[in-house]
Design a protein around this ligand. Sequence first.
Ligand SMILES: C[S@@+](CC[C@H](N)C(=O)[O-])C[C@H]1O[C@@H](n2cnc3c(N)ncnc32)[C@H](O)[C@@H]1O
Length: 292
Amino acid sequence: MTAHTRGKRGTPAPTPDEVGAMYDQYGELLAMTLGSSAVHIGMYVPHGGPAPVTTLVGLADLAQDRQTDFLIDAFAPAPGSRVLDIGCGTGGPALRLAERTGCRVTGITVSQSQLAHCQERRGAHPAGERVEFAYGNAMELSHPDASFDAAWSIDCVPHLADRPLGLREALRVLKPGGLFLLTEFTSRGTPSEEESAAYETLWTCPPLTTFTALLGDIEETGFDVVRIQEMTANAVLCSELMCTLYQDRRDEIADRFGKEALAHTDPLMGPFRSFSRNHLAYHLVVLRRPTA
Ligand SMILES: C[S@@+](CC[C@H](N)C(=O)[O-])C[C@H]1O[C@@H](n2cnc3c(N)ncnc32)[C@H](O)[C@@H]1O
């Protein structure tokens, strides 16, 4: 596979198989604290009118759907166009994208349990016939050059051991002029080793880079930048809600996943929370493959 260019602290960056195994093992636990409409950051700010929800989990789901809709509007693929969803999670955003725009979506993930979840959702969904899901690695796409009109990758890029390779692969499979929407987590300030390690362990990701480093990777790949939007408040609020729901549902988590899951997660929550509050940044980036 790839050189693990983003690994630090003496350990190699996680492989796609390790990332997939984390989602296989903790996907259901994540859904209990993050929401289950998607596996991405929810949109808490701006939040418009009062939310028609009565529980924190309901709010998390609503916020995820809002975020998915916001991202759909941000790149609005044409009806009938072919879109690649890189790191499709449990399939909710791909199906919503196909339903709202009339495009065709191919979603890939490195988690077998997510893939099973995607297939189940697809079968029951009105836009299911225009969506397909498969196992696939963002850093080694199996698709031919210029085979998609557009692509998106929501909250997946931070997992990649070699981000430039992932960006080059996205560029390769896009047709000239095609848009690539991605969301990326970066770090700000100087987090402690403990805070950074907690974040990386919980999300099975290499150390986060700065936003400037992300821009450098994008420039090197050869994409044109169409839009950048800072959305850090949503990521911070989402992490806060995850920590609150984790604490609230701790007994339920112990019953469903065993004391082992608590032993893994409990010590990470404090430093994860302070990393998210003080050192996390989150951006939406829309790129275009140049036409020449
Ligand atoms: C935080 S989840 C986001 C899922 C989905 N995009 C959503 O918004 O609900 C990250 C996703 O990236 C996928 N992923 C991580 N590394 C990957 C890789 N190397 N290739 C393909 N998918 C990957 C994971 O399997 C997971 O589906």
